[in-house]
Design a protein around this ligand. Structure first.
Ligand SMILES: [Zn+2]
Length: 356
């Protein structure tokens, strides 16, 4: 499972060099697509077939075989307050100082039991827009220089999503319907984009100088969406204590970015991620009837896990959670011109709710 960011670019900046993906994936076979590689499909199973964990024979996009060459890998715990891999260290050090959105993420990534490393790769072009999180090796990989803080923060959230189980609903073919997996994939990407904005914006209060220099990088034209929402929420909650006021404003601003991206507000983002999302529509999946209580609870739990930064910081907008999420999901499919396949009744035969 690997996530790429090549495209986190400022509005109006030049496009990333066109040949990057080809070069990066040379020899990788018939691969994909977009900038962030998304969770690979679990093995395709016919509806009533027994589960085959670990089987990769039918995996159409087997990312497991395409690890990127890396050098200079360091455990995340050694990167905070150090000068190792400066482009990553400097961001992780600041993230660790953000009580709402950064400290918990860095603590989890830095826990040695989780074995997450950051590495540089000679295979990645020296382009500040490119980085990747490779879940098979638990490595956040950057080029050898010039990686933007917003890109490092984006990939670190993919690592966090991986460790907290946020990939599960999308990567499993035993939980969600193809249409809900497609929207889930988009939520994984949109929350990573929103997270990078949130954690860099929190630095406004803890490290204003760094925030001024690096914290106002908004990709896909999301700057006004984020900052206007932040300012409105912050102003509206004047009566609350500062930490709570800040938390609500960061959460609202992050959710506004996710909502805008899922609604197709950025045609650039939509063009980038639609192919990978739409791929899930073509994969067989087993799932309970979509209107059953168990299914709706499962979907809500899986989506919530994608966007939960901390106990009080959820980046998934409320309309995508709970039993009423149907409308928001349908609107997402319409905005991305995705038509989910009709449900197959037998898919529910072997379905069980996942363990919490
Ligand atoms: Zn991504």
């Amino acid at each position: 499972m690997r996530f790429f960011t090549k495209k986190d670019k400022k509005d109006g900046e030049k496009k990333p060099r066109p040949g990057w993906q080809k070069a990066l994936l040379a020899g990788a076979g018939a691969l994909v697509v977009g900038s962030c590689d998304v969770p690979p499909a679990a093995p395709a199973l016919p509806p009533a077939a027994p589960e085959q964990p670990g089987s990769s024979a039918e995996m159409p996009h087997n990312f497991q075989t395409q690890q990127i060459a890396t050098n200079n890998c360091k455990p995340v715990s050694t990167l905070v307050n150090s000068r190792q891999i400066p482009s990553v260290s400097s961001v992780f050090t600041r993230m660790a100082e953000q009580p709402l959105s950064g400290a918990g993420v860095i603590t989890l990534l830095g826990n040695s039991a989780n074995r997450v490393e950051a590495c540089t790769s000679p295979d990645l072009p020296d382009d500040d827009l490119i980085a990747t999180y490779e879940s098979t090796t638990r490595r956040l990989i950057v080029g050898t220089r010039n990686v933007r803080p917003v890109t490092v923060a984006h990939e670190s959230f993919h690592a966090y999503q991986h460790l907290t189980g946020g990939f599960r609903g999308v990567s499993s073919n035993q939980l969600l319907s193809p249409g809900d997996r497609a929207t889930g994939m988009l939520l994984i990407e949109a929350t990573a984009a929103a997270y990078a904005n949130v954690v860099l914006y929190e630095m406004k209060f803890t490290d204003p100088d760094y925030h001024r220099r690096h914290g106002r990088t908004y990709d896909y034209g999301m700057g006004p969406t984020f900052e206007n929402t932040f300012n409105q929420s912050y102003a509206a909650n004047e009566g609350l204590g500062e930490p709570e006021r800040r938390r609500l404003a960061l959460e609202a601003a992050g959710q506004a970015v996710v909502r805008a991206l899922l609604n197709g507000q950025s045609s650039e983002w939509r063009t980038l991620y639609r192919p990978e999302a739409a791929r899930y529509l073509t994969l067989p999946a087993q799932y309970a009837p979509r209107d059953s209580e168990g299914y709706l609870a499962t979907r809500s739990a899986m989506y919530a896990r994608i966007g939960q930064v901390a106990p009080g910081l959820q980046l998934i907008p409320a309309e995508f959670l709970g039993a009423g999420a149907e409308d928001a999901i349908r609107a997402n499919h319409a905005a991305f011109r995705m038509t989910p396949p009709a449900p197959v009744a037998t898919y529910s035969l072997r379905w069980r709710p996942p363990a919490a």
